[in-house]
Design a protein around this ligand. Structure first.
Ligand code: 4AD
Ligand code: MG
Length: 466
């Protein structure tokens, strides 16, 4: 039995048997017990006259204990039930002067250094439960909609994005160079995306998705980037870019609706936390909505859809701040948008999630379908307030000649991607897909502000502890 089950179906005078960790112990009498099953602690009332001095001395914050007792109506304020303890056993003591997670407010920076213990705080436990619920919701959404999950390789011989920010996988000893071939007989890296392999499966199974770890050696030490993150990549045969936008919007709404329904206790807690954090910011930087409000807003309203060309026009005519200038001025058509531009569109101009589409071909990957104008491609990015780019996707170039033309122009090795080109030779068809960064979704859903705080053990430049 766990505390969550007890709160869901409690019967007065029921005998209970719980195990968990002491959060606090007051007045030699009241234990706040938490077992991780939910946010709420169970108050356990100890009869100190019948408990030995030695046991009482070991009921410290962080200790693991077992409690057998009776569920009764609580006499105190703050909880409906409590446990009248009949017997208590210390399972694992915790030295009070050494345990770092004392019952007080700790900074997120401090807790990052104690990443092995931080899940014992309300904030991290709530975030990780919401993360787990979102992960379940992802699989549920795709399964309910007829998608098959495919496990694409983690070690790859190709660079899907043509970005080159990869982690090399090798068994060669850097200190002893030799002429021996490497383990796979060729250069291999950790995957930056499962997209190209997912495309091959979409062209046989119709609707597929991947959900796996992804690695990028970009040296961007920001609150939105990880070197190891989890990506969800659906790919659908016979879909075009409009279908792809519909899918991304429906998918995001559905998984957020799932956590709104199933994680009420944690989200209510995170909503209060979010409000406290926002209150510390200058007025003009504060989120206009609370966390719960912001999540319902997404599930209940249409995302705005704007072409890159229209977005540039909006940005050119905008007055983003008192100086009426962006740090990176909008020079003209063709440049990539900086995060300040994306934030302006999403947070100031539209105040809603925005799907930008039809980007200049020059700034996008080789596999995106060329539009008839010959200069834009059928790309889309889904931008979210506070998070920026949540999704990047496109309709894929299904015409062999156009694809080869693009690859040559962008210096992509045709020989290496012979299998990818084969898809365009045998039964080619329109198809489209996208990638959603799972941690960015968790960031948005939990209202946390740093991506390092929504994954158990973040991997970032100069940091791979734990
Ligand atoms: O826009 P990206 O690079 O797109 C792709 O990888 C395509 N192959 C996806 C596809 O069409 N199947 O990455 C997709 C998403 C981004 O929108 C962002 O949410 C997330 O992955 N992402 C990161 N998240 C955390 N840390 C990083 N370093 C990330 N880089 C991308
Ligand atoms: Mg992108």
């Amino acid at each position: 039995m766990d505390i969550r089950q007890l709160f869901l179906g409690a019967q007065l005078n029921q005998k209970v048997h719980l195990r968990g960790w002491v959060r606090t112990f007051r007045a030699n009498r009241f234990i706040a017990l938490n077992d991780g099953s939910c946010l709420a602690n169970m108050q356990c009332v100890v009869n100190f006259e019948q408990t030995s001095e030695e046991v009482l001395a070991e009921i410290n914050t962080g200790a693991a204990i077992e409690v057998i007792g009776t569920l009764v109506e609580s006499q105190g304020k703050g909880q409906k039930f409590e446990i009248q303890v009949d017997s208590l056993r210390i399972l694992g003591a915790s030295k009070p002067d050494e345990y770092p997670i004392q019952p007080k407010k700790h900074s997120l920076e401090f807790l990052r250094e104690k990443a092995h213990l931080r899940v014992r705080t309300n904030t991290f436990a709530a975030v990780m439960r919401v993360r787990a619920a979102l992960s379940f919701a992802v699989h549920q959404y795709f399964t309910d909609n007829g998608f098959y999950q495919v496990h694409t390789p983690i070690i790859t011989g190709s660079d899907a994005e043509g970005a080159g920010e990869m982690f090399r996988v090798t068994t060669l000893d850097p200190n002893n160079p030799s002429d021996e071939p490497d383990f796979f007989g060729k250069e291999t890296n950790l995957t930056v995306s499962g997209q190209l392999e997912a495309e091959t499966y979409a062209m046989g199974l119709g609707k597929v998705y991947t959900f796996g770890p992804t690695f990028r050696a970009e040296n961007s030490n920001t609150s939105r980037h990880l070197a190891e993150f989890w990506m969800i990549e659906p790919e659908v045969a016979f879909n075009n870019l409009d279908d792809n936008m519909d899918l991304a919007e429906d998918f995001i709404k559905s998984v957020l609706a799932y956590v709104l329904e199933h994680c009420q206790e944690d989200l209510t807690f995170l909503d209060q936390r979010f409000e406290q954090e926002e209150a510390k910011k200058p007025q003009q930087e504060r989120s206009p909505m609370g966390l719960l409000e912001r999540l319902s807003f997404v599930t209940e309203n249409e995302f705005m859809r704007v072409s890159y060309t229209d977005a540039i026009e909006i940005l050119r005519n905008s007055k983003p701040n008192k100086k009426k200038k962006f740090a990176y001025p909008i020079d003209g058509w063709g440049a990539d948008l900086q995060s300040e531009h994306e934030r302006y569109l999403v947070e100031k101009h539209f105040s809603s999630p925005v799907i930008l589409f039809d980007y200049p071909a020059e700034i996008k990957a080789f596999y995106m379908r060329m539009n008839d104008d010959g200069k834009t491609v059928r790309a889309m990015d889904v931008l979210f307030p506070g998070v920026g780019e949540m999704v990047g996707g496109s309709q894929r170039e299904e015409r062999l000649d156009k694809l080869i033309e693009r690859m040559r122009a962008m210096d992509i090795d045709e020989e290496e991607l012979w299998w990818y080109l084969d898809l365009r030779r045998f039964g080619t068809a329109e198809h489209a897909g996208f990638g959603l960064g799972f941690e960015r979704l968790v960031l948005y859903a939990t209202g946390m502000s740093n991506i390092r705080d929504v994954i158990p053990y973040p991997r970032t430049p100069l940091n791979a502890s734990f």
